[in-house]
Design a binder for this molecule. Structure first.
Ligand SMILES: [Zn+2]
Length: 397
């Protein structure tokens, strides 16, 4: 399977070469069953997994040695030595985390349970390629590391392109030179810790899930920034799809009289009309001096009529695409994140279009709101993926 079971933390893409605690298939099954039902004994694990008791004992011994699971209070017994209950140990240590954009990166150090301890923003151009980008990220991370006590034991990078189940960037138009390369391996080599990469919108959806107490019901998370992406989380699973493209709404076609060419080679894609870049382009044609997303946010927030109108229009186009997904998936919640979500006109446009186009039963209880963890969502998502690496290979089977 290539999807990410959040309840079991089956992250994929962790680079195995730098991993000195690789876990076997029986160990993965033990961790999975203990995540689902903490407090089982070895005998109960053997029963529920149908593995021989000797296999379970060996797996548990290694997991205890590597501190992936821990023993706690004794279970009742009818006599003799009382069997010990087991559970998955809280993740220890901190993670290097980052979200990479076209021209910037947000770096952080986070606990492996999802708490951000420090962040920094740096300018970077993704077109310089993965080797130089990773060197620049590492430099920024080392600066942060010096401020935060605690061991750094893993790294996670969210990227603005599709990532497949083997942890490779797949055909990302906005990331020339990145496709097919072992980015996680390069990170692992630079930082000397196990590393993982993930699509930024999916990482943000996972971060949002964590911020909401890990009880987020079916949710479409939209990352609206310079570009537009989305992630789909349902029933504790972040869906990746067969090639890593699940949730990618960037190139869904919208109705338009004058379809503009898109980076993907088609024309009339959502990104060409509803992204931050598309709004800035339209403002430029209208002779506006607004040329960056942050200037756009400031203008919209202060009620600039041109900015408000164009952002609301973008929200309507986004709502048009989302209405099809809402009718199909019937989610509980739509969450808007990314820099564009700081503009209320976007949310208003999305909301009005959804109510206009969707079946009333689909929108009756639909919650449409902005992100609970804001710009930090992808970083938090990456720290969570990292923290549960013991079963990270699961997705590669
Ligand atoms: Zn396109």
């Amino acid at each position: 399977m290539t999807d990410i079971e959040l309840t079991n933390f089956g992250a994929t893409g962790m680079n195995e070469h730098a991993h000195d605690q690789l876990v076997s298939a029986p160990e993965q099954r033990v961790v999975k069953v203990l995540r689902k039902t903490p407090g089982l004994t070895r005998a109960e694990i053997a029963e529920s997994t149908s593995m021989p008791r000797s296999t379970v004992s060996a797996a548990v011994r290694h997991l205890l040695e590597s501190r992936v699971v821990e023993e706690f209070e004794c279970a009742d017994s009818t006599g003799g030595r009382r069997p010990t209950k087991l559970r998955v140990a809280p993740a220890v240590g901190n993670a290097f985390v980052a979200e990479l954009g076209q021209h910037h990166a947000r770096l952080g150090i986070a606990s492996r349970e999802g708490e951000l301890l420090a962040t920094d923003d740096i300018k970077i151009d993704i077109e310089i390629g993965p080797e130089k980008t990773i060197k620049a990220l590492a430099k920024g991370w080392r600066r942060l590391r010096d401020e935060i006590p605690g061991a750094l034991v893993s790294a996670g990078l969210a990227v603005p392109g599709p990532v497949d189940g083997s942890g490779h960037v797949v055909g990302a138009a906005r990331m020339p030179g990145w496709s097919g390369k072992d980015i996680a391996g390069m990170l692992a080599q630079e930082l000397a810790v196990p590393s993982v990469i993930e699509n930024d919108a999916r990482a943000a959806a996972i971060g949002e899930w964590n911020c909401r107490g890990r009880h987020l019901d079916s949710c479409i998370y939209v990352k609206a920034g310079t570009g537009i992406g989305a992630g789909w989380v349902s029933g504790g699973v972040a869906y990746r799809g067969s090639r890593g493209l699940a949730g990618d709404i960037t190139h869904l076609r919208v109705q338009t009289d004058n379809p503009l060419p898109c980076t993907c080679g088609n024309s009339g894609c959502l990104e060409t009309v509803a992204s931050g870049a598309a709004i800035l382009r339209r403002l430029g044609h209208l002779g506006s001096s607004i040329s960056t997303t942050s200037q756009l946010v400031t203008a919209e927030n202060s009620g600039d009529p041109q900015a408000v109108s164009l952002v609301r229009d973008a929200g309507i186009r986004l709502g048009e695409v989302l209405s099809n997904l809402v009718n199909f998936l019937n989610p509980v919640r739509i969450v808007l994140g990314g820099s564009m979500s700081q503009m209320s006109s976007l949310l208003a446009g999305v909301r009005s279009e959804l109510y206009e186009r969707c079946l009333p039963m689909c929108t009756e209880h639909l919650v449409i709101e902005t992100s609970a963890c804001g710009a930090n969502a992808p970083l938090i998502g990456m720290s969570i993926l990292d923290s549960h690496m013991p079963i990270s290979q699961e997705g590669n089977h």
